[in-house]
Design a protein around this ligand. Structure first.
Ligand code: A3P
Length: 286
């Protein structure tokens, strides 16, 4: 039965798999190391795509790691209690993932050289993807309708809080040497150039064959059929696989098939207001 969230400092979290004392300790006590590589995002922005890219770049295009180890073991979500325990005790190189807003992220990161890849996506598509995804997850509040989820999203009454706050918080890192921002749309439009950009950021030089192998293994079709990547191994108590899939459509602009004209106008107005002051054209969907 779906129920409400676990709240910490105004941010809603799923109440299963997360503990307040861990979330506080991650912010205040966890020591980020200079060698760490962190995939960061607001959920439903293409996180799993970037994790797969980072992991296959790390293995020089060899897919055996992503094909034999479940995603949540090779790049743990640090804010989950299990993920936190694991990352704390992990040897280098550490790869991990987070959806935390900047104010809840480990304080030690901001004085480290750890590398963060922050993936973002048109929030309209984030909303649409989230509507389908969160109703498959057994431990969060479920929307009855798209209209209801639309409202919750704009109010920030969804897991990990407001998209607008998340992006504003992390935009403060823009331009820092150890912070790479990449968008879902960029990955779609030119995956080769995006993978090259990420590998350069990670200080990895891939040969042509290695690069081709990364490209092949991070395609939607390959990831969709890789049970280590597609969440199909998540136990039924976490995810109701009959209700939907992580690898749903994997396209740009699906929101256009969901938003009414009125919703689109409401969204545009709120977007304009909340993003005022940022340079125009900062994101490919603008
Ligand atoms: P849709 O629900 O729009 O299909 P996250 O990993 O942050 O939870 O984001 C999930 C979204 O990324 C889903 O979007 C999923 O289909 C999409 N995605 C994951 N891997 C992808 C890939 N290789 N190519 C395109 N889209 C991908």
């Amino acid at each position: 039965m779906a129920s409400d969230y676990l709240w910490f400092e105004g941010i809603p979290f799923p109440h299963t798999g997360y503990r307040i004392e861990d979330i506080r300790s991650i912010r205040d006590e966890f020591v980020v190391r200079d060698e760490d590589v962190i995939t960061l995002s607001y959920s439903k922005s293409g996180t799993n795509w970037v994790i797969e890219i980072v992991s296959t770049i790390h293995t020089n295009g060899d897919p055996s790691w992503v094909q034999s180890v479940a995603k949540w073991f090779h790049s743990q979500w640090i804010e989950t209690s299990a993920g936190y325990e694991c990352v704390k005790n992990m040897k280098e190189p550490r790869f991990y993932t987070s959806h935390l807003p900047s104010q809840l992220f480990p304080k030690s990161f901001f004085n480290s050289k750890a590398k963060v890849i922050y993936v973002n996506r048109n929030p309209r598509d984030v909303l649409t993807s989230g509507f389908y995804y969160w109703r498959t997850v057994n431990y969060v509040k479920h929307p009855e309708t798209f209209e209801q989820y639309f409202e919750w999203f704009l109010q920030g009454n969804v897991v990990f809080g407001s998209w607008f706050d998340h992006i504003h918080g992390w935009l403060q890192m823009r331009g820092k040497e150890n912070f790479l921002m990449i968008s879902y749309e960029e990955l779609h439009q030119d995956i080769r150039a995006s993978v090259e950009k990420i590998s350069q950021f990670l200080g990895k030089k891939l040969g042509p064959e290695e690069l081709n192998s990364v490209l092949k293994n991070v395609s939607f079709e390959v990831m969709k059929n890789n049970k280590m990547s597609n969440f199909s191994l998540l136990p039924d108590r976490f995810m109701d696989h009959s209700k939907g899939k992580l690898m749903r459509k994997g396209v740009i602009g699906d929101w256009k098939h969901h938003f009414t004209v009125a919703q689109s106008e409401i969204f545009d107005k709120i977007y304009e207001k909340k993003m005022a002051g940022l340079p125009q054209g900062l994101f490919p969907w603008e």
